[in-house]
Design a protein around this ligand. Structure first.
Ligand SMILES: [Fe+2]
Ligand SMILES: [Fe+2]
Length: 313
């Protein structure tokens, strides 16, 4: 936990809550590069991969499971609740892996036009290396969980392609942060919960430690870009960020998981949509992100409706 707090401080120094001053790009990148050298965690060593799953322990904190607090949840035996948490932990791992795959493509595209001698580009390359390690970790976790990859629909894949074609740096880092920041909050809650399987908590700890740097980097870059963003582009960013939030939120737990644990998927999905607890959980998971986005103008009149629809706001 000491390591987690340490990288949190890196993050806070980059973006103080009071007066907001854009952080110097090269100085921040240099600090993050040094942090990467000092605090790089190898998932092959840090995670007890060979240990068996523990009895009837949950795979996610119970209150983070999508159906928690619904009438349907009250009728489910503990074994079925634990089984649902296993599938949902697999969904979180798959979302992280899929998001990292998109991020690797976007960041590689972004730095291909920049000067490689800068610390900014060198840190971006370090981040790509870390994301490849994380993706291997999440893939290995999914293998151990025995849960499938829920591939996006054809329409969703087209949307993701369109997003990549139309990417400028603002939208690169906006989409990166939506996935990274929300998962980071969920994983921090997982690390602290002693009722969750130790292997899942190990994976969350490794990811949170390294992700704190990625979040600092993306936040500083977005803050810098938004400070000089023309009004029209600002409105377009607000609109597109809202659509991206809906895309991420709706894809997090596909309804196939309910069928996999023996539930009526339509009824389960309906109860999740109606669940005040689920709405509050999604809103809490994105609170740090939405506060920051509102401060720098990424959440605004042109896209707030979509953010509310995603339940992140
Ligand atoms: Fe990652
Ligand atoms: Fe990351």
């Amino acid at each position: 936990m000491g390591e987690v707090q340490d990288t949190d401080r890196v993050h806070e120094r980059a973006l103080p809550d009071g007066e907001r001053r854009p952080v110097d790009r090269e100085r921040l990148a240099d600090r993050l590069l040094k942090s990467s050298q000092r605090l790089a965690l190898d998932p092959a060593v840090e995670v007890a991969w060979d240990s068996a799953w523990q009895g009837d322990m949950f795979f996610l904190p119970e209150e983070l499971v999508s159906l928690y607090g619904t009438p349907l949840w009250e009728t489910m035996p503990r074994a079925q609740r634990v089984e649902l948490s296993r599938y949902e932990a697999g969904c979180h791992a798959w979302t992280a892996l899929w998001g990292e795959n998109q991020l690797i493509q976007l960041v590689a595209q972004h730095i291909s036009r920049l000067d490689p001698s800068t610390k900014h580009v060198q840190y971006a390359l370090t981040e790509l290396e870390e994301e490849c390690r994380h993706s291997q970790m999440f893939a290995r976790l999914m293998g151990k969980l025995g849960t499938p990859a829920y591939h996006r629909s054809f329409v969703d894949r087209c949307r993701a392609k369109l997003w990549k074609v139309s990417m400028g740096p603002i939208r690169v880092f906006t989409s990166v942060l939506i996935i990274e920041d929300v998962l980071d909050r969920l994983q921090r809650a997982t690390i602290d919960d002693a009722s969750v399987q130790p292997v899942i908590r190990d994976v969350a700890r490794v990811h949170v430690v390294e992700e704190a740097r990625h979040i600092s980097y993306a936040r500083a870059e977005l803050e810098r870009q938004m400070a000089s963003c023309p009004a029209l582009k600002r409105y377009a960013t607000q609109f597109m960020s809202g659509l991206c939030a809906v895309f991420v939120s709706r894809g997090l737990i596909p309804r196939e998981v309910y069928t996999a644990v023996g539930l009526d998927s339509r009824d389960a999905a309906r109860q999740v949509r109606a669940s005040a607890h689920r709405g509050a959980t999604l809103c809490w998971s994105a609170k740090r992100l939405t506060t920051f986005f509102a401060q720098i103008g990424i959440i605004g009149p042109a896209g707030a409706w979509a953010w509310r629809r995603s339940r992140f706001l």
